[in-house]
Design a protein around this ligand. Structure first.
Ligand code: FE2
Ligand code: FE2
Length: 215
C-alpha cells in the first residue's frame, strides 16, 4: 500500500491541455463528492455493525475511501477550478444520500452497483489513446482508485449475499445505475472532451442496470 500511495501522491506536472485539464477537473469534482460521502458512510456503518468480521471489512473500505479523498484533493490542486454548478451538486448529494438504508445488505448491494459502475467509467477514461491515459499523474490516481473500487465490489457483494443475487437485489442495482447515469449526463461534455463517448458509456451503465451484474 505504501508504494502505491507514494506513486499516487507524486506532484509531477500534468501533461494535459487546458481543455483536457478542465474536463478532468469537472469529473474529479464529481468523484470527490462520491468519495467524501463514501468515507463518512463507511465509518458510520462500521460503528453500527454488530458482526466483527463485517466491521473490519467496513473499516477497511472507509480507510480506502479516506485515501481516495486525499488523492483527489491533491490532484485537484493541480487542476483548474470547475465552474460552480449548484444544481448538479444538489443532485449528487441527493443521489449519494439515497444509497444509505437501515438494512445494511440493501446498502451494500447499492455499493456493488455503484463501485462497479465507477470501475467502468474510470476504465473508459484510461482507455488506450485517451488524454488521461497519456498523463501519468492523473492515470496513476484513477488506476489506484479503480483497483480499490474493484475490491470494494467483491467485498460488498460477498457481504450482501443472498440479496445481491435476487430479483430485488437486481432491482436495487438497476436503480443505482440509472441514477448514476442520469447524474453523469450533466458531465457528458467532459467525457466527450476526454475521448470517451458519453452515449456509449451511459448506455453501457444502463444496460448493466437492466440485465443485472454478472456474478
Ligand atoms: Fe472510493
Ligand atoms: Fe468504494
Amino acid at each position: 500500500m505504501g508504494v502505491v500511495a507514494t506513486n499516487v501522491l507524486n506532484d509531477r506536472p500534468l501533461r494535459l491541455s487546458a481543455t483536457h485539464s478542465y474536463a478532468v477537473a469537472e469529473l474529479v469534482d464529481v468523484l470527490a463528492v462520491g468519495e467524501d460521502s463514501a468515507a463518512l458512510t463507511f465509518e458510520y456503518m462500521a460503528e453500527c455493525c454488530s458482526t466483527a468480521m463485517l466491521t473490519s471489512t467496513l473499516k477497511g473500505i472507509a480507510a480506502d475511501e479516506s485515501r481516495h479523498q486525499l488523492w483527489l484533493a491533491r490532484l485537484k490542486q493541480a487542476l483548474p477550478e470547475p465552474a460552480p454548478d449548484v444544481a448538479l451538486r444538489r443532485l449528487l448529494h441527493r443521489f449519494f444520500a439515497r444509497l444509505a438504508d437501515r438494512d445494511m445488505r440493501v446498502h451494500l448491494v447499492r455499493i456493488v452497483a455503484l463501485d462497479s459502475a465507477v470501475c467502468q467509467l474510470l476504465g473508459a477514461l484510461q482507455s488506450a489513446g485517451t488524454p488521461v491515459s497519456k498523463d501519468a499523474r492523473t492515470s496513476s490516481v484513477l488506476r489506484a482508485i479503480q483497483r480499490d473500487e474493484a475490491r470494494h465490489v467483491a467485498l460488498a457483494r460477498r457481504s450482501a449475499v443472498p440479496l445481491v443475487y435476487t430479483a430485488r437485489g437486481k432491482e436495487l442495482m438497476a436503480e443505482v445505475r440509472e441514477g448514476l447515469a442520469h447524474v453523469l449526463t450533466f458531465r457528458a461534455a467532459a467525457f466527450d472532451a476526454l475521448r470517451v463517448d458519453p452515449d456509449r458509456l451511459l448506455a453501457r451503465l444502463r444496460r448493466l442496470a437492466r440485465n443485472g451484474l454478472a456474478k
